[in-house]
Write a protein that binds this ligand. Structure first.
Ligand code: GLN
Length: 304
């Protein structure tokens, strides 16, 4: 069976799970998203595209942006980056404060909020216009000029971003944040608000499946080693305290966001993105994980 038939069959199967999760409601802008949306898109390195359902509709990518921000910072900062943020799974919720105290303001990894906030701080240090440069990189990766910040979401994040403010302030007290707290939060809330479709996300993540090169244009964004490392981090840290379960059930590097998006890669072959806004108790898309579990089961393609 081809990928198109497989994703259509999976979409039919998983609809029975609608209603079991809960749409993110920590900000009003996300709480309004219709719960029963479902999009799936696959892009292959060879240039084939497959999609079904709401795969062309843009949604808030939220924490998926943490991978793009890291892909922007890492080549610029180099290995010194790992003096500011660790590479170990946290086993804690995405916005947890607890480990920061034991680890003197050094976050466990770049894909929890604390780690992503340090990466944002590095973007501010190394790029003249970090918000604009991040948007341009995202458009370049996705080969789409149609990607924007959703300013309503960014404003909502700022208004209610008390936990993120606490994380930045705590890390600043340990000298692990250099820029003013307000600037770090501003760039971080904008990156979270990036709106993209499954198709755009799958295309943007092909670079990670293709050893750091954008397949469509041939441009190199990461070295081979950097691409390997980012994939390793997605595998071990991409799903917060559910990273083990995702590796166990799906077996691919990937990243989720509280907007209900998940993107995963099969290195050397393709990227697949799913959007279904209802979340499980870990803040990951409930239906999205099931879609990817069925995909690797039906195709026999995981990294293991
Ligand atoms: N904007 C969210 C936050 O910072 C992103 C979290 C996520 O997607 N897990 O809390």
């Amino acid at each position: 069976m081809g990928y198109q038939n497989i994703i259509e069959e999976i979409a039919d199967t998983v609809k029975s799970l609608f209603g079991q999760g809960k749409v993110a409601d920590y900000i009003p802008a996300l709480a309004k998203v219709p719960p029963n949306k479902l999009g799936i898109a696959i892009e292959t390195i060879g240039g084939l595209s497959f999609c079904t359902g709401d795969a062309e509709e843009q949604f808030s990518i939220q924490s998926i942006s943490k991978v793009i921000a890291l892909a922007m910072a890492y080549p610029k900062v180099g290995e010194q980056l790992w003096e500011r943020v660790g590479i170990e799974p946290s086993g804690n919720p995405f916005n947890s404060l607890v480990q920061l105290e034991y680890e003197r303001g050094i976050p466990r990894n770049p894909f929890i909020n604390a780690g992503a906030l340090v990466i944002t701080d590095l973007l501010i240090e190394h790029f003249p216009q970090p918000k604009n440069d991040l948007l341009q990189l995202t458009r370049q990766l996705a080969q789409s000029d149609d990607i924007y910040y959703d300013y309503k979401v960014a404003a909502s994040e700022r208004e209610l971003g008390y936990t993120n403010a606490a994380l930045v302030n705590f890390m600043k007290s340990h000298y692990n944040i250099k820029a003013p707290v307000e600037n770090v939060l501003d760039v971080y809330f904008h990156q979270c608000s990036l709106a993209m479709s499954c198709r755009e996300l799958a295309r943007a993540f092909l670079m990670f499946a293709n050893h750091g090169i954008i397949p469509h244009s041939g441009e190199r964004i990461l070295t081979e080693s950097q691409a390997k490392r980012l994939n390793a981090l997605m595998l071990t840290c991409g799903f917060y305290d559910e990273a083990g379960e995702f590796a166990f059930r799906v077996g691919l590097p990937g990243k989720s966001g509280v907007g209900g998006g998940i993107v995963a890669v099969i290195p050397g072959e393709l990227a697949i993105a799913v959007w279904s806004p209802e979340l499980n108790e870990h803040g990951n898309s409930l239906v999205g994980i099931k879609v990817l579990e069925l995909f690797t089961t039906l195709t026999g393609k995981s990294i293991f």
